[in-house]
Design a protein around this ligand. Structure first.
Ligand code: PLP
Length: 481
């Protein structure tokens, strides 16, 4: 496909201006301040539309088809979220607008915090962090400040071996040292291993629940109790809260600090590095450390409170990614209490339905009822067909690949998260495709290994594609017979 610069033709325009009806002026600006000719592409309106529409079709998105990307929660984003985020009063609002002229925006943020408190059982929230990993860093800064406040030097954070890679990264960035805790053969935190690593140097544990194997940590009460007895805090990575919303609350099982990903659980678009939002919730005891400022509701008015002497300070300009907050707010309001619980129930139901269909054909490392996602492996595929081959072959059937080779503790992991927004028909079709690929691995493994065959670019060398990307290539011209 050509670049837009290559389609450019001198003098071609997408707009036509009327004749100038005032005298033309020249030399109004000093010569030395003038730039040279701007080398912008010169194209017609239809050129622009076709070019960018064609580009958008080369990508796979959740609006194109099923996207079972485990741990990433690629669910359908209702378009009503987009409508409210684009309302002029929100989209055009300047962040320096005075309080008395931005009451509506402040109300949205204040109420979103209240909803998150209700859903998670935490006592206070900040909406500032711009991603889940940013929420983790914010949480670790709060842990640090807390121990400084009580004059204790603690340098270690426990992290289960199934954790998302951002966990140890956030811990290290904040100057802590991470200590790995093993998983047991049920796919949960090994309590004995945890206790053996617990001492007065441990500031906190950073755990994920449901964990990245899609399993609920059934010993969570014992874990939070053991940590608290040691004077340590419990941080929960709640990036994937789908299975829990409306059903159980982290605040109820002893979590001190929690981040949630609005761009996963609360249905705002993500992927490709787009803006996210990773609000952090804390207990009452820790709320004075939250980032500054906080929005408060006093005397029937929303106010921005900067007077927080114990705060860790700002972690983001202004108030966070406001457009994302409006989308999540819309999602929560349009679902309501019953709807949010249905999100939790259906995400679990969909995952278990799919698991029950696929476990007859694929190897399941942890054969138990799952939460919102589950893991298969490539063990039952024949003729050396791997997880990577399967992922590429799925693209030929118009399905995005699941998350693969994660978590690292499962060899050849295929991590599937259908989400609650998919119908039974879609799940059935996906199961059929998965069975077909398994059959292909027996009968025509070469096809699976050569896949994808139907995408604009065929199989890439994973390393070279990242190190030396070829961004331009000629289209295959297919002449109809
Ligand atoms: C996605 C995810 C994160 C990181 O969130 P980002 O918004 O991508 O920074 C952290 N932990 C878990 C379990 C996740 O799934």
């Amino acid at each position: 496909m050509k670049l837009i610069f290559e389609i450019s033709k001198k003098g071609r325009k997408a707009v036509q201006f009327p004749e100038l009806d005032v005298p033309e002026q020249e030399n109004l600006l000093p010569q030395d301040l003038l730039r040279g000719e701007l080398e912008l592409p010169e194209v017609s309106e239809v050129d622009i539309i076709r070019h960018y529409t064609a580009l958008s079709r080369r990508n796979f998105g959740v609006d194109n088809g099923f996207y079972p990307l485990g741990s990433c929660t690629m669910k359908y984003n209702p378009k009503i979220n987009e409508d409210s985020a684009r309302l002029n009063g929100f989209a055009q609002l300047h962040p320096y607008t005075p309080e008395n002229l931005s009451q509506g925006a402040l109300q949205i943020m204040y109420e979103l915090e209240q909803y998150l408190m209700e859903i998670t059982g935490m006592d206070q929230f900040t909406l500032q962090p711009a991603a889940g990993s940013h929420g983790e860093l914010t949480g670790m800064m709060i842990v640090k400040k807390y121990f400084e406040g009580i004059n204790e030097k603690r340098s270690k954070i426990l992290i289960p071996d199934s954790a998302h890679g951002t966990n140890p990264a956030s811990v290290t960035l904040c100057g802590f040292e991470s200590v790995e805790v093993k998983s047991n053969d049920k796919g949960e935190i090994d309590l004995e291993d945890l206790k053996s690593k617990l001492n007065k140097d441990v500031a906190a544990i950073m755990l994920t629940n449901p964990n990245t194997l899609g399993l609920f940590e059934t010993q969570i009460l014992e874990i939070t109790k053991a940590m608290h007895q040691n004077g340590s805090l419990v941080y929960m990575d709640g990036a994937n809260l789908n299975a829990m919303v409306g059903i159980t609350k982290p605040g109820d099982f002893g979590i001190d600090i929690l981040h949630v990903n609005l761009h996963k659980t609360f249905s705002t678009p993500h992927g490709g590095g787009g803006p996210g939002s990773g609000p952090v919730g804390v207990t009452k005891e820790l709320s004075r450390f939250l980032p500054r400022p906080k929005i408060e509701f006093i005397d029937n008015k929303y106010k921005i409170n900067y007077n927080m002497p114990d705060s860790i300070g700002r972690v983001r300009a202004f108030y966070g990614n406001f457009g994302i907050l409006v989308r999540a707010y819309t999602y929560i309001r349009s679902n309501g209490f019953e709807g949010i619980r249905a999100v939790g129930e259906n995400s679990v139901l969909n995952a278990n339905y799919l698991l029950s269909k696929l476990k007859k054909h694929y190897h399941v490392p942890f054969n138990r009822i799952c939460q919102h996602e589950f893991i298969l492996t490539d063990k039952n595929l024949s003729n050396g067909v791997t997880t990577n081959d399967l992922a590429k072959r799925l693209l030929d059937f118009g399905v995005h690949a699941p998350t693969i080779y994660f978590p690292l503790i499962v060899h050849g992991a295929i991590m599937i998260e259908p989400t609650e927004t998919e119908s039974k028909e879609t799940l059935d079709r996906f199961a059929e495709i998965m069975m077909k690929i398994k059959e292909e691995s027996e009968k025509e493994p070469e096809t699976v290994k050569a896949a994808p065959l139907a995408t604009p670019v065929s199989k890439l060398d994973n390393v070279l594609a990242a190190r030396k990307p070829v961004l331009k290539f000629e289209d295959k011209i297919i002449i109809p017979q």
